[in-house]
Design a protein. Sequence first.
Length: 467
Amino acid sequence: MELKKVKYVYLIGAGGIGMSALARYFKKTGKHVAGYDRMQTALTDQLKSEGVVMTYGSEPDRLPVEFKLPENRGTTMVVYTPAVPAGNPLLKYFSENGYNLLKRAELLGKIFNNACGVAVAGTHGKTTVSTMAAHIFKQSQVDCTAFLGGISRNYNTNFLMAENSDIIVAEADEFDRSLLRLSPKSAVITSVDTDHLDIYKSFGELKETFTKFAGVAKEKGDLLLHKDVTRILNLSTGPNVFSYSLKEEADYYAVNLRITGNGLYRFDLVTPSGNITGLETGVPGLINVENIIAASAVALINGVKREEVKKAVKSFQGVSRRMDVRINTPEIVFIDDYAHHPKEINAFISSLREIYPGRKITGIFQPHLYSRTRDFAEEFARSLEMLDCLILLDIYPAREAPIEGVNSGIIFKEVNLKQKYMCNYNELLNIIGNFKFDLLVTIGAGDIDKLVGPLEKRLKTEKLNMK
């Protein structure tokens, strides 16, 4: 179905971060947009305030009337994600009644591939790099539209619309091989690590998917690879293939790196056309310096001026749930982060150790997916041992059914910490008064974010912040 013929868009799973960006896109392009999600959240409330009709029951009789009229079927598009169960009543209703159905990744591909697409892929870092890149484009004469996998703190949204630009920035997600739906003119691959073994039978299959994606990008335009990725995928650099790194020599890398306070950095960026001196970060952490290098490089490749890059990097405020500092006082620091893979947790805690040397770090971690917990239990334990104190919650299942014998306990028993505790998600706020905090972090990709606000309030009002 041609997108220009679409008048009505219905999204099953509209509250997801990728789906909500599509809802915003279609709303801004003048379509009638409605959607279902199984629970009401801050994001679904925002969609509703922007004119998206939201429902939280999956019964077809709850559908807005215009989505049930037979005469509208030919101009209605129904979008769903792989996370929606096949037996979902709405999915079944639309399928049985002849509506146009598309997976989220297919629809994003239709939009993205008709523009000058800039895709950011990688098992870690793609949300931050794509959001940084979008910010740099938006603060330049180049501009962009962007579909983001997180909420930009600069714009308080995960969707940005260009006024006069054919560049679209989007994440290229390896889950369900969605990234192969995109044909980018420019692409970044930040990392290739073992993950999603519920989709890929082996690390070799995952590498093969990223290699295919890299091949498309190389053929279409420019490809930017982390230096480690060049080795993992056995790809050499060339006329339109570039490398980047934090400190290792590459086409784009940092020199004269120094910390300036509060975890912020100043550095010079080496590029093929000369150095950009005195870049200053607006977000803390050494990992974000590396992310900035990638975002700056892809922006420069696409025509953003050097001074525009420098200015935008300093004004970047970050992404919600990525090194998200909620409280920062001499008595207590509270930070929330989306890390849900052992390497992400390792990088996050390493950054904390550098920014806050000597402070006692207590981490509340919610594992995400039974399969990931099963596949990486030992690796999770090693990463979580970097904490001083661990509070481990039960698994957030997301799209998965329980796996026999898999629970948070298989991580817990492997963790070598004197101070480690397990508790149920619903019990956390009741027992939190038993702990004394210096630096508290919440970690995970499930619904742990719903605890962040209540925790922040209690830390501020009930003086739970004694070391």
